[in-house]
Design a protein. Structure first.
Length: 202
């Protein structure tokens, strides 16, 4: 249906793991249809729905580069992995930054994926993802902790031209080089001093 193509609607990452924006978890019939028994809500204030048989876990983080989303990687990954009763939906406000970063961390921790592989898998299921630079940094640190190395290369600003398939993940740009490696081009990475961490859209 046309509704199923909306950016906030659930996209399948694995048969039991779904990614969406904030609208989908409010639809009880949809949650039942997908077999969802755990909702991970990566926002400060979006409502936690009260669906029968569905647990909710809040990750209270704003979509700002300086926010410590990485502190929640293990906790969320373990809850997803431990949810044997049904499916899990991970969402934030738009399903573009916080929630895909959490899903990528889970794929690295429990599915044996590298960061490069996790990014590709999530991007294929939800092409609109735009993970902010701070969360990329935390994912890179998490990959190093898990595997002792990084599979995504980070270059300084102006290191070279990007290909025609470049995608904006401000303040990172990423593309694939001639070898197929994922390359992040680094830009400035800081929170706006005039706006508190809780002042953005939640």
């Amino acid at each position: 249906t046309a509704r199923s193509t909306e950016p906030t609607w659930p996209r399948t990452v694995t048969p039991s793991l779904f990614l969406s924006g904030a609208d989908a978890p409010l639809n009880g019939a949809l949650m039942s249809q997908k077999g969802i028994t755990l909702i991970v809500n990566a926002t400060l204030s979006h409502a936690l729905p009260a669906h029968p048989g569905v647990e909710c876990l809040r990750v209270p983080v704003c979509d700002l580069p300086c926010q410590p989303l990485g502190l929640h990687f293990d906790r969320v990954a373990e809850r997803i992995h431990g949810n044997r009763a049904g499916g899990t939906l991970v969402h934030c406000a738009a399903g573009r930054s916080r929630s895909p970063a959490l899903v990528m961390a889970y794929l690295m921790r429990f599915r044996g994926a590298t960061l490069r592989q996790a990014h590709r898998r999530v991007l294929e299921s939800r092409p609109c993802i735009r993970i902010n630079a701070g969360f990329w940094e935390q994912l890179l640190q998490y990959e190093r902790r898990l595997y002792g190395r990084n599979t995504v290369r980070v270059e300084p600003e102006g290191a070279g031209p990007l290909g025609t398939d470049q995608k904006q993940t401000a303040p990172f740009l990423f593309n694939h080089d001639a070898t197929g490696d994922l390359v992040l081009t680094r830009f400035s990475l800081r929170c706006p001093s005039s706006e508190p961490a809780t002042g953005r859209a939640r």
